[in-house]
Every structure is written in structure tokens, then in C-alpha cells.
Write a protein that binds this ligand. Sequence first.
Ligand SMILES: Nc1ncnc2c1ncn2[C@@H]1O[C@H](COP(=O)(O)OP(=O)(O)O)[C@@H](O)[C@H]1O
Ligand SMILES: [Mg+2]
Length: 278
Amino acid sequence: MDCASHIYPDGSLGIHEMCFRVLEKEIVALCGPNGSGKSTLLEHLNGLLRPSSGNVTVMGKKLDLSHADIWRDVGIVFQRSDDQLFAPTVLDDVMFGPINMGMSIEQARTEAMVALKTVGAEKLSDKMPSYLSGGQKRLVCIAGVLAMKPRAIAMDEPTSDLDPLHAEMVENIILNLKNEHGLSIVIATHDMDMAARISDRVCIVKNGSIIAEGKPSSIFYDKELLETSGLRQPKVVQIYEGITKNMGIGLEKHPMNGDELVKTILSDFKVWCIPKHL
Ligand SMILES: Nc1ncnc2c1ncn2[C@@H]1O[C@H](COP(=O)(O)OP(=O)(O)O)[C@@H](O)[C@H]1O
Ligand SMILES: [Mg+2]
């Protein structure tokens, strides 16, 4: 995406001169407060929205009216699952995309079952989508996109409104899609803890543009950047900063998840602790 801007029909600025790239097999987290332009950016990635100016290039193809099938390469999981689910059964819903792409009913059923299995929801195939829990609906939505076999998936606030168990399931699915299926995944989120745990790259979105990007271990330790962007540091970072400040020592390592935090504390702080039995 090169310098893409989008102005909505009512004059609102969705994104402004946005430059954004997704590489193969990477998880990119778009972090920004409400209204910063994350959803607008995602909807440009598969042609749902078209830029008012600038270009969007997907897999080397410039997005224009003659390439209206760009959605085959990039799938979107929407923030509200109810916007995506409409068929009488879960299986029908997940089969809809593949059928729409031209697969036979049999082929579509096979792809749909594989996709449901990938997200651990194969047992839900006969259920009515409207009776599912929020977490189950999210899994089915992800399966619906996966069944179309995209190269990249964009997910809008994939863990918002989910209970901790389903949020963890979705997090593991995202990692699995990258590691086992070789997909690129873009997540729009203000779940900074999840972004710290799973992303390879973080883009900070503010007022429709990416104002900073880099590895989570550098972006999430830049407290000033996050605060001026209306965001907060992940809890692991807050705890680590609290401990190091309290002990009067510098921030030498940059743990990004609970395990790394424990290991860092145990190894670096050994000298500061006197074991109980001495
Ligand atoms: N359909 C729309 N019509 C008009 N303005 C919109 C529409 N959707 C989003 N916007 C505006 O575009 C800006 C970016 O919104 P959005 O991309 O939804 O942000 P985010 O996903 O980061 O919360 C906001 O100012 C929002 O009010
Ligand atoms: Mg949004």
C-alpha cells in the first residue's frame, strides 16, 4: 500500500497517505486507538474499500477494477461475527465462500470441514450460527475465510469480546496459521498483551497513518510513543519496568511474554536475591 488515502462519502478521513507492507509468513499487529484507521486499512487489503488516492498492491497485482478478484488472495475476518454469518448451518456458512469461488459442492464441503477442523470447530458443523456463543462464532468466521484458501488473512480485533479461553484459542490459531500453513496475518487490535506475544512486527496507527513500526521488543518498550498514540504498554512490559525501576537498574532485556519475564527475572536478578535457606 503506497501513500493510500481514503475519504468516506461524508468527508471523514479513514486513512491518510498510509504506507503499509505485509511480508510472507509474518504476523503484523496494527495497534491504534478507536478511530485511528485500522479497519479502514484492513478493508483496503482485499478491495472492499478502494483508495481515494494512492495504490494498493496485493501479491504483485495493483488493485483496480480489472482485478476485482483480489479477495481470493486476502481474506478478512470482521470484528463483528454477526456481520459475516448468515447461512442456516455452520457448514453451509463455511461452504459459501468456496462455492462462490467456483468449487463443486463436494469440494466445498471437504474444504469447509478441513477449515473447521483447523480452528477446532468441526463438531459445530450442523449447528445454527445464531445459537453459537461469541467465541464459537469467531472460530466459524475464521474457518469461513480459511476455506477460501487465501495467502493472507486480515483479522479485525480478533480477540475482542471473547472469554479468556476463546481468546487463547484464537491466538493459537493465528500462530498455527503462520507456522503450519505459511500464511501472512494482519491483526488490528488494541490487545497489546496479545500483540506482544505473537506479532513479528508492530505498526502504530494514529490519525489514519502508521507513525511507527518495528519489532515488538522495541516498539512496546517505547513508553512515550505508546502514550502519545493513546495506547498503553503490555502488562509484561509494565511489570518488568516496575521491577527494574524499583531495583534501580537499567532495562537490559526486553521480555515480551510471561515465560520470558520469569526467565529474565530468575537469571538477571539472581545477584539481588538471597535465597531463603541461607
Ligand atoms: N463508513 C464510514 N463512514 C464515515 N466515516 C467512517 C466510516 N468508517 C470509519 N469512518 C471514520 O474513519 C476513521 C477511521 O475509522 P476506523 O478505520 O473504523 O478506525 P479503527 O478501526 O481504528 O477504530 C474514523 O474517524 C471513523 O469515524
Ligand atoms: Mg476498527
